[in-house]
Design a protein around this ligand. Structure first.
Ligand code: TA6
Length: 311
């Protein structure tokens, strides 16, 4: 398998491996020992570890690693829709497809290359996708790991069709938390949100921070570029910085729904928070030849981090 010139420079920190279905996975490593594992199934980040080897992403113990369904956990890419609508599968087909490694992607910002180990993935529509979603696109996903262990995902979606098309998008990020009752999110307070548990009715967030005591399934609208998830018990704060993605999905199924999901442990909702940078409320439109970019950078820092640090 070939690698682009930039990847080649970082070759020592990239390994190829396979999962138990024989699907390729790419493992990125930082010099200090942080790592990220990316599956070609869905372009899904299935593991992200800090330099102490601690797993930062949640994966259900009941995961069904079977094509074409995406495994529940990690970071999954929702495209061409976030949610369920029309004939397309829930959260779109991108997460259920086998991606390829791209040898020579169009150049990206230096910030997303220099000093990082990274991999470039590519998804193009298959014949069967065109039956349900008849739009020519090229979806490039770069996943990179910086020397400090920060993880960045950059998605570039190009319209290679003659006609415009619209889509919605999300990075569904399943964070590993100590106990959901001990977690709070800062950076979404005072925002309007659509409540998926109330037919997407619009409400305004009243609390100082978002805390959890029951099922939640919301899309917070037009947030700032930085959102923090504070895990008191682990003394860890996840910081998510986003670009091109106005909204934030917040989901936890809580007890009853957990029990109803075949691929989720009954009590696993306690250890999981799904938070997703998204373009969900308003769809995005690309004219012929246009490209859209959506980026997230995730950091896991000690909880001495202060919410004043949010930009
Ligand atoms: O964005 C939240 C949500 O759409 C929830 O409604 C919930 O169903 C979740 O995503 C998981 O979806 P999935 O298709 O992965 O089971």
């Amino acid at each position: 398998m070939g690698h682009s010139a930039a990847v080649w420079d970082h070759r020592a920190s990239i390994e190829m491996t396979k999962d138990w279905n024989g699907i390729d996975q790419v493992v990125l490593r930082s010099p200090r020992g942080a790592s990220a594992r990316i599956s070609l199934h869905g372009g899904q980040v299935v593991s992200w570890r800090n330099d102490r080897g601690e797993e930062l992403l949640f994966t259900t113990s009941k995961a069904i690693f079977k094509s074409p369904k995406a495994m529940r956990g990690g970071i999954s890419v929702c495209f061409p829709q976030c949610g369920s609508c029309g004939v397309l599968e829930q959260h779109g087909f991108a997460r259920n497809k086998i991606w390829s490694i791209e040898d020579d992607p169009p150049p990206l910002n230096q910030k997303d290359s220099v000093g990082k180990s990274f991999i470039d993935l590519l998804l193009k529509p298959a014949e069967e996708d065109l039956k349900f979603w008849p739009h020519g696109f090229e979806f490039r996903l770069r996943v990179s790991l910086a020397s400090d262990g920060n993880l960045t995902l950059v998605s570039r979606i190009r319209n290679v069709n003659g006609k415009p098309f619209s889509f919605s998008f999300a990075y569904h990020t399943h964070l590993s938390v100590s106990d959901i009752s001990e977690v709070r999110i800062e950076g979404l307070e005072t925002l309007d949100y659509l409540d998926n548990l109330c037919q997407r009715e619009r409400f305004t967030e009243q609390g100082d921070a978002i805390t959890f005591e029951s099922e939640i399934d919301r899309v917070y609208l037009s947030s700032s570029q930085c959102v923090a998830v504070l895990d008191h018990e682990r003394k860890r704060t996840y910081v998510m910085r986003k670009r091109g993605l106005p909204d934030v999905v917040v989901w936890n199924p809580w007890e009853k729904k957990s029990k109803a999901m075949a691929d989720f442990g009954d009590d696993e909702y306690k250890q999981m928070l799904c938070i997703g940078a998204a373009a969900a409320e308003k769809s995005l439109t690309l004219k012929a030849g246009e490209e859209w970019m959506g980026r997230i950078e995730l950091a896991a820092v000690p909880s001495t981090f202060c919410s004043d640090d949010l930009d």
